[in-house]
Design a protein around this ligand. Structure first.
Ligand code: UMA
Length: 419
């Protein structure tokens, strides 16, 4: 008997999956009552052998969820949805990707290149597609694995395990950097091939512990073969391409096939996504940038920027972005953060205006950008969470795309009238 702990995306997919497989299970969620599945309270704990844990439920820090404690005492096995996928589809090839940043881009890029050369590959995991929503009949599974998923699973059998980088993150859940790194390092436990990007001190130390790992660093001569990419701009994306290159090499693809595949990748939605180009104005949707660290990459990657920034601000604000303000032609500040951000921009003499919402900000940005002769970029890279006005960053990014569609319709009807 399985216990599914947590019934959001991954837990729900596990419930649907286990039902389809004819497996007995019960469910539990602290915040959802009418779940439509057999409940834990209707079951004798002694029957539970395996707990399928959601990544968002506390395993150990600051203290284990009471049911995790109970599961340990009952000597139940703790796994995740990704473990179940491997158990029900054991004879497949798996590529796992972890790291603080870049893992979604690399996961999507690797999947794209494999598919472009005819391999039946699918992607899932932390990237937003629960592992158990993937059909069991594919040949290759490319899984983005978060520290939470790695920590809650027995080691994965991976053909290729990929480590992108490590910076401070999720310390509220892991306690210390050391614990965070230890959780992520589990990706290599049963990996046949290991790829580690060594451009930060933490990752370099991890690479030293695995002498058989392929090292991917920006100083690598292969970098010169990665010519400019239309959709993967900036040094961080060069690093992402390099890591994907080595992962695909380890998987068995040849040099030319990989380079060709990488060039046809169109990027990920909401991550420096090029949405449209009207005349000299390019629109970039970077709604996924919910922190200043993420927005920094976008400000580095583009020039002559009309910057849409704002939403629900985080503790670090935008102070760390001050060195990039010189690249901003004008900032359009919106949402709950607008007063705080306006103060910072005013102090640093950045041209800016403040707006109630993104809709107004974009309208104004477009008006100003079209007045310019030179090429410009309208960049939504909010450095903020979206929760003041949207369900999540995806809803914010989708709204941005929708607004651009409206601009496009307006522009084409104007052109028709003129002609
Ligand atoms: N819950 C309880 N008790 C608690 C805490 C939570 O019952 O004490 C319940 C909640 O009510 C909720 C469920 O447990 O119903 C928790 O769900 P979850 O937070 O694990 O969310 P899922 O929708 O299953 O999403 C998870 C990943 N979430 C997290 O890692 C926090 C998603 O990654 C992932 O895309 C999805 O599985 C599919 O695999 C998101 C994420 O933010 C994108 N990841 C972090 C990141 O990228 O930085 C690691």
């Amino acid at each position: 008997m399985y216990l599914i702990l947590g019934l959001a995306r991954s837990g729900l997919a596990a419930a649907v999956f286990l039902q389809q497989q004819g497996e007995a299970f019960v469910v539990f969620d602290d915040y959802k009552n009418d779940l439509g599945y057999p409940l834990l309270k209707e079951c004798d704990w002694s029957r539970i052998k395996t707990v399928v844990m959601s990544p968002g439920i506390a395993l150990s820090h600051p203290s284990p969820h009471p049911l995790v404690d109970k599961a340990f005492r009952q000597r139940c096995e703790i796994i995740t949805d990704c473990t179940l996928l491997q158990r029900f589809a054991p004879d497949k090839r798996y590529i796992g990707i972890t790291g603080t940043n870049g893992k979604s881009t690399i996961t999507a890029l690797i999947t794209h290149v494999l598919r472009a050369c005819g391999v039946d590959a699918v992607m899932g995991g932390n990237i937003g597609v629960p592992a158990l929503e993937l059909a069991l009949n594919h040949d290759v599974y490319v899984l983005e694995l978060s520290s939470f998923q790695l920590e809650r699973s027995p080691p994965f059998d991976l053909d290729v395990a990929v480590w992108t980088n490590l910076t401070e993150d999720h310390l509220a859940q892991h306690g210390t950097m050391e614990q965070y790194r230890a959780a992520k390092k589990r990706i290599f436990k049963k990996a046949v091939h290991k790829v580690i990007s060594t451009d930060d001190a933490y990752s370099l130390k991890v690479a030293d512990a695995f002498p058989d790992a392929l090292r991917a660093a920006l100083a690598d001569p292969v970098v010169h073969l990665l010519v400019d990419h239309l959709y993967l701009k900036g040094d961080h994306n060069k690093q992402n391409r390099l890591i994907a290159y080595y992962a695909l090499k380890a998987f068995g693809l040849d040099h030319d096939t990989i380079l060709q595949g990488i060039q046809t990748f169109k990027g990920l939605k909401h991550r420096q996504q090029c949405v449209a180009r009207f005349g000299a104005v390019t629109f970039i949707n970077d709604s996924k940038a919910t922190s200043a660290v993420a927005t920094e990459q976008a400000l580095k990657a583009f020039d002559a920027i009309h910057w849409l920034v704002g939403g629900q601000d985080k503790s670090d604000g935008i102070d760390s972005l001050i060195p990039y303000f010189r690249k901003v032609k004008k900032a359009y500040v919106f949402g709950a953060a607008r007063e705080r951000f306006s103060r910072v921009l005013a102090v640093h003499k950045v041209n800016f205006s403040a707006y109630e919402d993104m809709d107004e900000a974009l309208t104004s940005a477009y008006e100003e950008a079209t007045r310019e002769k030179d090429t410009t970029t309208i960049l939504l890279s909010p450095a903020c969470a979206s929760f003041d006005q949207y369900k999540d960053f995806e809803a914010r990014g989708d709204h941005f795309i929708q607004l651009i569609e409206q601009i496009k319709c307006k522009e084409s009807s104007l052109q028709m009238k003129v002609s």
